[in-house]
Design a protein around this ligand. Structure first.
Ligand SMILES: [Zn+2]
Length: 309
């Protein structure tokens, strides 16, 4: 935001609301005139969105990344009793930190999430630097998972701008792999299995927990190949299961084979090579083969496989 006085007001109120979460201070307009003009400017984004509402609670904090870069974090939500959104600023910060650490640093000066109207068909809608969250927030793990997923689209959609309609897996699937990792590390939870995860599994260390989640996922019938254009899926459930979950499982197979550290290094190299560009599946394959020094023909052929791996 280019309006210095307005931005300063958001930060002052937002920092207060982050410190005193149960007694939010409501925004009062900087100017009393009937209208105002706000200007926004940003580099290296493929899209743009803004939201307006008179009754939003603003939270503000900063995220410090490994390089020392400081990112402004904001959340905007409705002032309802017992809302889980009082901790939303933490979820935005954690997601930005974790994805930066695992994939490559967040590039933009600001990261934000806003509570929208409930919509059971999707958890939210991502835009660069700001994401609309529309999922019912019944539990902190699920709200955190959805916010993290949508914040994650700053990597898979914005910084890495693959063709989401033709190769959805490079966008939703990659994002889901990292979302599952985040949920496992932070809560030993998983957005696919939810309450069905036995307490014994939750007691496992993170890597074993994830192995168990992916083991269970590999038994779920997933018929279509991952490499299916979004419009060709017969149902939205199948689109979700294949593009999101089957892809996460596919990535996990490689990670389990070569180890987390090697996998992360190769994925980070892919990110830095293709940041602010439009990587295709062939670009991803070439980058991973270069980093790992192996031929991945057989592994990438799995993208076209019907049914189980
Ligand atoms: Zn998504």
């Amino acid at each position: 935001m280019q309006n210095a006085d307005e931005l300063a007001a958001y930060k002052t109120i937002g920092a207060k609301n982050t410190a005193e979460r149960n007694k939010p201070t409501i925004y009062t307009p900087v100017s009393k005139s009937a209208t105002k003009t706000l200007s926004y400017s940003i580099n290296n984004v493929p899209d743009f969105a803004w939201f307006a509402d008179k009754d939003l609670v603003i939270q503000y904090d900063t995220v410090k990344l490994a390089s020392g870069k400081i990112v402004d974090a904001f959340s905007y939500y409705h002032n309802k009793k017992n809302t889980l959104w009082v901790n939303s600023i933490d979820y935005i910060k954690d997601a930005t930190k974790k994805y930066s650490q695992w994939i490559g640093e967040y590039e933009y000066p600001v990261v934000q999430a806003i509570e929208g109207p409930k919509n059971n068909a999707s958890g939210g809608m991502e835009y660069p630097t700001i994401t609309l969250i529309t999922s019912p927030d019944a539990k902190k793990e699920t709200l955190d998972g959805v916010i993290t997923h949508e914040v994650g689209h700053n990597w898979f959609m914005s910084m890495l701008g693959s063709n989401e309609r033709m190769h959805t897996w490079q966008d939703e699937g990659f994002n889901t792999y990292f979302q599952f990792r985040y949920e496992a590390e932070k809560y030993k939870s998983n957005s696919i299995f939810g309450d069905a995860i036995p307490a014994k599994i939750k007691e496992l260390p993170t890597d074993k927990f994830l192995a168990s989640i992916y083991g269970a996922l590999s038994n779920v019938p997933m018929q279509s190949p991952i490499e299916t254009p979004a419009a060709d899926f017969k149902t939205s459930e199948e689109y979700g299961l294949i593009s999101y979950a089957k892809t996460a499982l596919w990535l996990y197979l490689l990670q389990a084979e070569i180890g987390q550290e090697k996998f992360d290094k190769a994925f980070q190299a892919y990110f830095s090579e293709w940041k602010n560009k439009h990587p295709t599946p062939a670009d991803f394959k070439a980058s991973m083969e270069k980093s790992l020094g192996v031929n991945l023909d057989k592994y990438f052929a799995l993208l076209n496989q019907q049914g189980k791996f």
